[in-house]
Design a binder for this molecule. Structure first.
Ligand code: FAD
Length: 463
């Protein structure tokens, strides 16, 4: 096998999706003091969808987005582009945490997904949308058993899916690691940066104001207005939505519920026609494997393979920043796993390597909160499935600041926050212990005492 360290060292340390000549020019930073009806902090998918929906619902409303870096530069342009209708990080995780509302959550998720695709069409956003199936492969006997159990649960709830035997799994793509698989229906694959850029353009086109390089450092409220301050200005707003996801500044309260975990990605160079034929994969499905620690992978428009996941890293005290975006060990591990999955691609090189912060909660799905007499709402924590769910989160946050008791704003997922993470040093210890226990469960199939304890506390992940 090619040496993973040589391959990784040769890849460009940059996000493939944004490493393009046609990236938009950043908007002017905020200078001075202004008023607005709605101020949104953070210009990722959540912030941009909130702005777009606010302006569509009420064209007279003045909306300002303040973004610390450049809109979309956070998780929103660094992800795999799997746009999955689930609001709950998959059906099983939703069933585990919100059993009484699971069918409502599924329906709201499907509606949100359809509306998202409709907005992409209406605003002519060129996000390279491909409607495909999603296939998760069992690569161990344990995973085969898990998929069998999952299939029984899905059947009991009337959720469409197909269980694949080894032969059928190999018909999707050719890998010696596949023992079986489970196909779930209809997701979309998108080009995440082009989606973020298109949303940003749409917001500006219908009257929203965007300020890049405008980090919000302080939020204070009096009875009239909320002051949202940056180093060089302030917005005095009637309503505020904080959409910073994994970043818990400027609302430190969020860090009780959302922790940043860095997820790593490799992008290959384009495959030749012969290499494409060697791996099959003619349906261009969104693929993953079925462990707790899993890889996700997909093809791009120019036949590269995006290969990410598996080794997510939390850093002390919610550590974030560029230092964590190039973790050589994680990229080398990914490279090794890539060639174990597709040994026939020996000789293929990686063009890009990067990482991004996933905001996660103890229920592995979004959480919500309000402040200042419900004039401010915050949302985040979609974990690894926020491309579609961020639009839903944005809509709920708008309902919350507008005081609208809608079906979506009344669900338990919105009304009740998950168990908070403990402060450091327990936070690091708990996250490390959970990670090790999940890895062990992947090997042995057994839950072990730590995962059973978390389960009894309503904490944890069921993929
Ligand atoms: C590597 C990776 C792969 C992923 N793959 C998938 C996938 O395939 N499918 C899927 O559904 N999800 C995936 N996700 C998750 C998904 O990308 C996120 O859930 C989603 O993008 C969250 O959007 P957001 O707007 O809430 O957060 P972000 O996109 O992170 O936006 C938050 C924004 O807030 C800004 N900000 C922070 N602090 C401040 C401040 N003080 N003032 C102003 N602005 C501030 C940041 O600069 C950032 O732009 C992945 C995530 C990562 C990192």
């Amino acid at each position: 096998m090619s040496d993973p360290s040589t391959l990784v060292a040769a890849a460009k340390p940059a996000v493939f999706w944004t490493d393009r000549a046609d990236a938009p020019t950043p908007a002017e930073p905020l200078h001075g003091s202004f008023s607005s009806d709605l101020c949104i902090v953070g210009g990722g998918f959540t912030g941009l969808w909130a702005a777009l929906q606010a302006l569509e619902d009420n064209p007279g409303r003045s909306v300002v987005v303040l973004e610390a870096d450049v809109c979309g530069s956070g998780a929103s342009s660094r992800n795999g582009g799997f746009c999955d209708p689930s609001l709950t990080h998959g059906f099983l995780n939703g069933l585990k945490h919100w059993p009484a509302e699971i069918h409502t959550l599924e329906r709201l998720g499907r509606q949100n997904f359809d509306d998202l695709l409709d907005s992409i069409d209406r605003f002519a956003i060129h996000a390279d949308v491909q409607r495909v199936d999603e296939v998760s492969f069992a690569t161990s006997e344990t995973q085969l058993e898990w998929q069998q159990e999952e299939s029984e649960t899905l059947t009991a709830h009337g959720i469409e899916h197909t269980l694949l035997d080894q032969r059928a799994a190999h018909a999707v793509a050719h890998s010696p690691t596949y023992l079986g698989g489970l196909t779930s229906s209809d997701i979309a694959l998108v080009d995440p940066a082009r989606l973020a850029w298109g949303l940003r353009r749409a917001v500006q086109r219908i009257g929203g104001v965007i300020h890049d390089h405008s980090r919000v450092t302080q939020i204070d409220a009096d009875e009239q207005r909320i002051r949202v301050g940056t180093d060089h200005g302030a917005i005095h707003a009637q309503r505020v939505i904080v959409a910073t996801n994994a970043w818990a500044e400027p609302l430190r309260h969020m860090r009780r519920y959302i922790v940043p975990v860095y997820d790593h990605v490799l992008m290959t160079e384009p495959l030749s026609a012969a290499q494409m034929a060697d791996i099959g994969w003619s349906g261009r499905e969104g693929l993953a494997d079925a462990g707790n620690q899993f890889h996700y992978y997909r093809l791009t428009a120019d036949d590269r393979i995006l290969w990410g996941g598996y080794d997510a890293n939390y850093h002390w005290n919610n550590g974030m920043g560029p230092d964590y975006e190039q973790r050589t060990e994680s990229h080398e591990l990914l490279a090794r796993h890539f060639f174990e999955t597709f040994p026939q691609l020996e000789g293929l090189r990686f063009s890009h390597r990067w990482a991004g912060p996933i905001g996660t909660t103890t229920k592995f799905a979004a959480t919500f909160g309000t402040k200042h007499g419900d004039r401010l709402a915050w949302v985040g924590g979609y974990t690894g499935l926020g491309v579609a769910a961020s639009r839903f989160g944005a809509g709920v946050a708008l309902d919350l600041v507008d005081g609208l008791a809608t079906e979506r704003s009344m669900i338990e997922m919105v009304r009740r926050r998950p168990m908070p993470f403990p402060p450091e040093p327990l936070r690091s210890l708990a996250i490390r212990t959970t990670r090790n226990a999940l890895a062990k469960q992947d090997q042995t199939g057994e839950s072990g005492p730590w995962l059973r304890l978390l389960d009894s506390m309503g904490v944890g992940f069921d993929s």
